[in-house]
Design a protein around this ligand. Structure first.
Ligand code: FPP
Length: 241
């Protein structure tokens, strides 16, 4: 029996956000360098993206590198960036066989130029596709997202395009990095940690959280189906009764 058969397809979340945590501990348990944990994590991401696409999920946002991750060692950062290069190249090479769209949220200007160029190529290749939208959060922080959004709106006020009274929740939502897609109904964090770590702060106002004990490289399709079932069995009230 698979949890996939238990999923109510009429109540499928449109958007799932994942905090992929536990790569370092996965590597440590195997006496491997942390980089190997991230490598295994990148493979899990590929598998899970395909599974989510097949299931009919429209948006998947994954936290790949936070604004706080720059505090890690230079060696670890360059290891993650190299994996990212491979990952992006893999997407470009296989693009004609895949229907998955990909884009990046976060402050891209701090990323190496070659990575920024690959992201542009991928966003262009993605324009024609109709499958799952994979949003990779890179140099992303929820507070930084809100800060950049406030600056955009303040500029509109300064330019006389809007007055402070015109500012609505919708305008704020639309001005965030996630502007063009719905808020996540479900946020999953792996590795047993129960924190939000500056991910999508505005967008998770009504999200359900599932904290899964598996380390990210061990997380499987079946875990995703199980977490979706768990989410579907909750009673979402949005502050009502
Ligand atoms: C958290 O594990 C994971 C990260 C900070 C990076 C996530 C990166 C990947 C899944 C792979 C690379 C991504 C792409 C898109 C190629 P951790 O290092 O905090 O683990 P720990 O808490 O066990 O130390």
């Amino acid at each position: 029996m698979s949890y996939k058969d238990e999923i109510n397809m009429d109540k499928l979340p449109k958007h799932i956000a994942i905090i992929m945590d536990g790569n370092g501990r996965w590597a440590k348990k195997r006496l491997l360098p942390r980089k190997m944990g991230h490598k295994a994590g990148a493979k899990t991401l590929e598998d899970l993206t395909r599974a989510a696409d097949k299931l009919g999920i429209k948006h998947l946002t994954v936290y790949a590198f936070s604004t706080e991750n720059w505090k890690r060692s230079e060696e670890e950062i360059s290891g993650i960036m190299d994996l990212l290069r491979n990952y992006l190249n893999g997407y470009i090479d296989k693009s004609d066989k895949e229907n998955i769209k990909m884009d990046v949220i976060g402050e891209k200007s701090a990323l190496d130029i070659d990575i920024q160029e690959k992201i542009k190529i991928i966003e262009n290749l993605s324009a024609e596709k109709t499958g799952l939208n994979l949003h990779i959060a890179l140099n992303y922080g929820g507070r930084d997202d809100i800060l950049r959004c406030v600056k955009k709106i303040a500029q509109k006020v300064a330019d006389g395009e809007v007055t402070p009274n015109d500012i609505t929740e919708e305008m704020i939502s639309d001005s965030l990095d996630t502007g063009f897609y719905p808020d996540p109904e479900l946020v999953i964090r792996t590795s047993g940690e129960e924190r939000i770590s500056n991910f999508l702060l505005w967008q998770i106002a009504y999200s359900e959280f599932v904290f899964n004990n598996k380390l990210w490289p061990d997380y499987t399709e079946e875990d995703l189906y199980k977490d979706i079932c768990y989410y579907q069995n909750r009673d979402r009230r949005f502050g009502g009764r």
